[in-house]
Write a protein that binds this ligand. Structure first.
Ligand SMILES: Nc1ncnc2c1ncn2[C@@H]1O[C@H](COP(=O)(O)OP(=O)(O)OP(=O)(O)O)[C@@H](O)[C@H]1O
Ligand SMILES: [Mg+2]
Length: 141
């Protein structure tokens, strides 16, 4: 197993700027422009910078919640950008974003029980009874 849990090489994300009636691309916002770093197994890694410098764009790219423009993202030696949707879905059991904005994490239209159970349903963890027990345990009940 590789010593690096995560390796990012030359990551770029350019958002197109579209304007006018024909919605033509006028240019690009270079939200992330050629960054490289590695996170070792067991290491806590902090990415700090002013607002708008591209931290969230980096995080979303790593999970392919948005498609990066260029670069290599190796998670446990495997290039995330080359995975099929099915392989990526399985990988996402091990990679998570905890969204800071409570409306992204805790959808007010759902109950806490539903929010806690949903990832287990998505990943096929346990049966209904086991999931219910896990939700109660997680909620400290
Ligand atoms: N969907 C988008 N379309 C176009 N531009 C975007 C999009 N999302 C982000 N940007 C731009 O990309 C740049 C980086 O944004 P990002 O949200 O990654 O910054 P951040 O470091 O997370 O900032 P903050 O500390 O405020 O959360 C900003 O200039 C932002 O306006
Ligand atoms: Mg952000």
């Amino acid at each position: 197993m590789s010593e690096n849990l995560l390796e990012v090489k030359g990551l770029k994300k350019y958002y197109p700027i579209k304007k006018g009636f024909l919605n033509k691309t006028q240019g690009f916002v270079k939200a992330v422009d050629d960054i490289s770093f590695a996170v070792r197994r067991g290491e806590t890694f902090g990415l700090v910078g002013e607002s708008g410098c591209g931290k969230s764009t980096t995080g979303r790219s790593l999970l392919r919640l948005i498609e990066p423009t260029a670069g290599e993202i190796l998670f446990e030696g495997q290039d995330i950008r080359k995975l099929s949707m099915e392989e990526l879905r399985k990988r996402r059991r091990d990679m998570q974003i905890v969204f800071q904005d409570p409306f992204s994490s805790l959808d007010p239209r759902n109950t806490v029980e539903r929010i806690l159970e949903e990832p287990m349903i998505v990943h096929g963890v346990g049966d209904a009874k086991e999931r219910k027990a896990a939700v109660l345990r997680l909620a400290g009940g």
